[in-house]
Design a protein around this ligand. Structure first.
Ligand code: SAM
Ligand code: SF4
Length: 286
């Protein structure tokens, strides 16, 4: 059962990176707090890792604080073992006292890790000052830890999407080939990771490329996964990956055998188009 969930709180973003696989940008959809709470209530009790992501969650700070407040107040009851991460491009880091205050609040809400995931040339060309993000974050954490008497606050991860390794989804589908991952291998099956989109739909694929397995707003995630596992096509995808799903769908083409493992990000859209086995829902490909 899924022990790792990535929850996309919004598709809103201050940037419009040309490699963005999820088509985030200004004016993007924001999950309502009612739906956020329903999703959290429907996550499994043995959840080990919850990532709050977007879009850019620091463009919707009020919703982020509401979400973290609910998690803090219900963590023990809902998922006592969980570690909480947030993902951000870091546009709000100014190497100033305001950073320390934001970190203080994240720490008080029980965030364990911050991923500064915009440390790449695509974000730089949108105007992100990568050096400032890194310097400001390290300085602010040091000040907070000094204020807290040397106690460790959270871990950081600094990373990004190097040109040459973008997956060809969303806006990245229009990138020149030299900026794309030459072999964009599908990472499924991932038996323990689920992505929940800002519409509440759950996906096996971290880029929401495979069909939704249902809404976590209305149904416990355990139940959705159990249902999906008995679906012939999605079950094959869960257990063995894309090639097995293609065989189960009856569209396996031996002449393109290699593509199911090396160019999967490109072909999965076509593969599942029109599939309406499971509750299937919207094949809401982006
Ligand atoms: C969707 S963003 C959300 C968090 C934040 N807005 C940011 O950009 O850091 C999370 C990560 O996905 C990466 N990403 C976006 N589109 C991608 C693509 N087509 N291929 C690979 N990584 C991608 C971003 O570079 C970032 O590291
Ligand atoms: S990659 Fe991140 S910062 Fe760039 S548009 Fe997408 S969500 Fe926004």
């Amino acid at each position: 059962m899924s022990i790792s969930v990535s929850l996309e709180l919004t598709k809103n973003c201050n940037f419009r990176c040309r490699h963005c696989a999820i088509n985030a940008g200004p004016g993007g959809k924001i999950m309502s707090i009612t739906n956020v709470k329903e999703v959290l209530n429907h996550l499994p009790g043995n959840l080990e890792y919850l990532l709050l992501s977007g879009g850019e969650i620091f463009t919707i700070k009020d919703r982020l604080w509401q979400t973290l407040e609910y998690i803090r107040d219900h963590r023990q009851r809902l998922f006592p073992k969980v570690k909480i991460s947030v993902n951000t491009n870091g546009f709000w880091i100014k190497d100033a006292p305001s950073d320390v205050e934001t970190f203080r609040r994240l720490h008080e809400y029980g965030v364990n890790n911050i991923g500064f995931s915009g440390m790449d040339a695509f974000h730089k060309e949108q105007g992100l000052n990568l050096e400032m993000v890194k310097r400001g974050a390290l300085n602010a954490r040091a000040i907070l830890e000094r204020d807290l008497g040397g106690n460790e606050t959270f871990t950081f991860m600094f990373y990004g999407c190097r040109p040459g390794i973008a997956n060809p989804l969303g806006r990245a589908a229009s990138l020149p080939a030299n900026l794309l991952r030459p072999e964009s291998k599908c990472s499924l099956p991932l038996d323990s990771a689920i992505t929940v989109g800002s519409d509440g739909e759950a996906y096996l694929c971290c880029w929401q490329g495979s069909p939704s397995i249902g809404s976590v707003i209305t149904t416990p995630l355990d139940e959705l996964v159990n249902r999906a596992s008995v679906d012939p096509v999605i079950g094959a995808l869960m257990r063995e990956g894309l090639l097995a799903a293609a065989i189960a769908l009856g569209v396996y083409d031996p002449g393109k055998a290699g593509e199911y493992t090396t160019r999967a990000c490109i072909i999965c859209k076509g593969l599942f188009a029109g599939y309406s086995g499971l509750r299937l829902v919207s094949n809401s490909f982006r």
